[in-house]
Write a protein that binds this ligand. Structure first.
Ligand code: GLN
Ligand code: ZN
Length: 759
């Protein structure tokens, strides 16, 4: 066999900074604590320091353009002058004020929409095409390429969201103007690439994650046309067509695109990409960039397996050169494990964040090139040690999951009969009013929690404060005349962390932040062991709250699928099994609440939809166990006990069936911003269970009038039976202020009362 060239590289590297310097810099600038010059200087320092870091770690080729001042899709839109008219931009370079207005809104214009980036928990800004004249406002890639060349004397690889994906994600064009959009956009891509080539760029990486979704013939043709034109117009540079998150669709055709390199995800698309290589081979004149280290998780890889995989890829492909890289942009992983001094040592040793992943790439490449190292055996030892950890060997939990029976998923009586039983037991008025769970977390709540965490407040003092806050809000709710009350969730910062801290099997890091959208970062817990119930988690707070009122107090839990989807999850067993473990623990919690006299229990599943696989043909397999987990958690209660669930942003339309399959007695969902759409879809897909349509948007401090909410309710009654209909806000109220919350709820209750009188 000819000797193979290997290159250690990365698609992209995190930009938030080891200590979230990037986020802090952005937020200071927004608060005007930094001048624009200071901000620009700081951002440049951060940009360069992360290049320096990657070079130190030993990567052979580093990217530019993987950095952003807010969001990379927004950067691409702005680069091509795709600024909606409402921002009043006059052409030329897009200034930071306009850029951030698009991201966050300003006093004259609402922000651009934000939505989930494929199947990740990252959210991007949706580009809007309004037929505006496109133009290259600034070649930021060129600027960053030159900057890195000057600082380190290296030839970096500029990376850019590819034209097909960008077109796919842009909203606003219809079938006719799509062609004109493509026509206007392509010359700008070509211009960017030609300018880069003139500056000495050798490789341009075009990221095309949209090529892993299902493509029809027309779409394949569009991709072929785009890349045909692009490569004909700019033959002087090499194009690396980068895919990730799944296997490449229409492999046989797309692998023949006239580009010089193709990047494939061998982690998430392992089976299909391997199969495609086996069946169709790989063009011998192209470079294959192989994503072999999971760029979206936190786990150390088994480097022996990685090495074997690379050798198999090498044999099957016969590519002229192999680039070895993580499976996607590393922004989905935290940066470094070096600050994690408090973690269980066995766990810590089995972790790899972005920096450690880069080292894995470098080490496996060195090994393939014949260098001796202990990296491979060390990785295997670390994984073996975690496997043998007692926390992964809870026989009771494992046995419980294995012996789940069909009957465990089902409530003993069908919904229609439960409804009558519950109506009798609960004695609620028509159109019962309730809230989603949390009440405002005031500065005082946050201060007390911090003081308690620092040890400046005793457990007793902190608990007394929480009880006092709950009591105060029960009085407010009674005064407002709300029918089903909540305790307010003052003891919780986060819906997953709170439960993770009380269950076995979870670990919490000091610094494992990942970006969620814009400057917002999240620090998901790690599920590293078998999940087990230890003791009741919410019973004390709920029972205390119930003791203060004669009205029904709703118990409040986070569902198994949301706990899973908002955590980093162990990868040694199936996600389904992890979820069932969580579900069994929640089942015990729900039984404890019921035993303590709580008769309405809400199990939130806002992340149910998030877990959907990228390809529709895989939806059912996921939904089967995800819906199953919710049912497993909730099915053991008595007929009289009413199970509620809640989802935000759920796009009800194509999701009614799975929602109904949850068999929850009542669901509350976000609708105030899209209620027309929802009513329309309910018209075509009747829903028979209880449903609380969010009647006001909690994301804004605005207080909606009674009349406004009444209209939403009246419209809803066109498609819903009276005894199905609940009245509630869109979501929890923890980010709102108290005065606006009380005012809005007062109008909401009044609207429900008016409606009761009208019928
Ligand atoms: N019960 C949670 C709350 O009210 C629900 C939050 C959510 O749906 N994201 O805060
Ligand atoms: Zn919500």
């Amino acid at each position: 066999m000819k000797s193979m060239a290997y290159v250690a590289t990365a698609i992209g590297y995190p930009y938030i900074g080891e200590n979230r310097e990037w986020k802090k810099s952005l937020e200071k600038f927004w608060k005007q604590e930094l001048t624009e010059d200071e901000f620009v200087t700081q951002q440049k320092e951060i940009r360069l320091s992360r290049i320096e870091k990657q070079l130190q770690l030993g990567l052979n080729i580093v990217s530019v353009g993987d950095f952003t001042n807010y969001d990379r899709i927004l950067d691409t839109a702005v680069m091509f002058g795709l600024v909606p008219k409402r921002f009043n931009w006059q052409g030329g370079k897009v200034d930071l004020a306009t850029y951030y207005a698009m991201a966050r809104g300003n006093k004259d214009a609402v922000a651009c929409e934000m939505t989930k980036w494929f199947n990740t928990n990252y959210h991007y800004i949706v580009p809007e095409y309004e037929g505006q004249t496109l133009q290259l406002t600034e070649n930021t890639l060129l600027k960053h390429f030159v900057e890195v060349k000057a600082a380190f004397d290296i030839t970096a690889k500029p990376t850019l969201i590819g034209p097909y994906t960008f077109i796919k994600l842009t909203k606003g064009y219809d079938r006719v103007s799509k062609a004109s959009f493509v026509l206007a956009l392509l010359p700008l891509y070509i211009q960017v690439i030609k300018e880069l080539a003139a500056a000495g760029v050798q490789w341009v990486q075009l990221e095309e994650p949209a090529l892993v979704t299902t493509l029809n013939q027309e779409e394949i043709q569009l991709v072929q046309e785009i890349y045909g034109q692009l490569t004909t117009a700019a033959p002087e540079v090499n194009i690396m067509l980068q895919t990730y998150f799944e296997s490449l669709s229409a492999y046989e055709q797309l692998v023949q695109l006239p580009v010089q390199g193709i990047g494939l995800d061998f982690v998430h698309g392992y089976q299909d990409n391997m199969q495609a290589l086996r069946q169709h081979g790989f063009p011998s004149d192209k470079v294959l960039a192989a994503g072999v280290i999971n760029g979206r998780d936190i786990w150390r890889a088994n480097l022996a397996e990685v090495k074997t995989m690379i050798q198999a890829i090498e044999q099957l492909s016969g590519a002229k050169e192999l680039w070895i890289q993580p499976s996607c942009h590393l922004q989905h992983a935290p940066i470094t494990t070096k600050f994690e001094t408090k973690l269980d040592k066995v766990l810590l040793d089995a972790l790899a964040f972005a920096d450690e992943k880069a080292v894995e790439i470098v080490e496996v490449v060195a090994n393939l090139q014949g260098q001796e190292s202990t990296a491979i055996s060390a990785s295997m030892k670390a994984i073996e040690a975690l496997k043998n950890h007692p926390i992964r060997n809870n026989k009771v939990v494992q046995q419980a999951v294995q012996t789940i029976e069909q009957a465990d998923f089902e409530r003993s009586t069908p919904f229609i009969e439960r409804l009558a039983i519950q109506q009798k037991a609960l004695q609620l008025p028509l159109f019962p009013t309730t809230t989603i769970g949390s009440f405002p977390q005031s500065d005082e709540v946050k201060q007390k929690r911090n003081a308690w965490r620092k040890g400046n407040l005793t457990n007793e003092e902190y608990n007394a404060f929480l009880e006092q806050e709950t009591a105060r809000w029960i009085a407010i709710q009674e005064e407002l005349d709300i029918d089903v009350l909540v305790h307010g969730e003052f003891e919780r910062t986060d819906m997953v962390e709170y439960f993770g801290e009380k269950l076995t099997g979870f670990a919490f890091t000091t610094n494992a932040w990942v970006v969620s959208y814009g400057s917002r970062c999240v620090k998901p817990p790690i599920i590293y062991g078998d999940v087990a119930f230890e003791a009741p988690m919410t019973v004390k707070e709920t029972v205390y709250a119930q003791s203060l009122t004669k009205r029904h107090m709703k118990g409040m839990l986070t569902g198994p699928v949301t706990i899973l989807n908002w955590s980093f999850v162990r990868d040694d067993i199936a996600r389904k099994d992890v979820t069932y473990q969580i579900a069994l623990a929640l089942r015990k919690e729900i039984e404890s609440l019921e035993e303590a006299g709580i008769s309405i229990i809400q199990v939130d599943e806002p992340a149910l939809r998030e877990g959907l696989p990228l390809r529709k043909e895989n939806w059912n397999a996921y939904l089967e166990w995800a819906v199953g987990a919710f049912k497993l958690a909730t099915a053991s209660v008595k007929d009289e006990t009413q199970i509620h669930t809640h989802m935000c942003y759920c796009e009800f339309n194509d999701f009614i069936e799975p929602i109904s399959a949850l068999d929850a007695d009542v669901i509350s969902i976000e609708t105030s911003r899209s209620h027309g759409e929802l009513i329309n879809s309910l018209q075509h897909n009747p829903y028979d269970k209880g449903i609380g349509l969010g009647v006001y948007d909690i994301h804004s401090p605005r207080v909606p009038s009674e009349a406004e909410m009444l209209t939403i309710m009246q419209d809803s009654l066109q498609v819903l039976a009276r005894n199905q209909f609940w009245v509630n806000p869109d979501c929890g109220l923890k980010t709102r202020k108290e005065p606006e919350t009380v005012a809005a709820l007062a109008n909401m209750v009044q609207a429900a009362k008016t409606l009761r009188q009208q019928i």
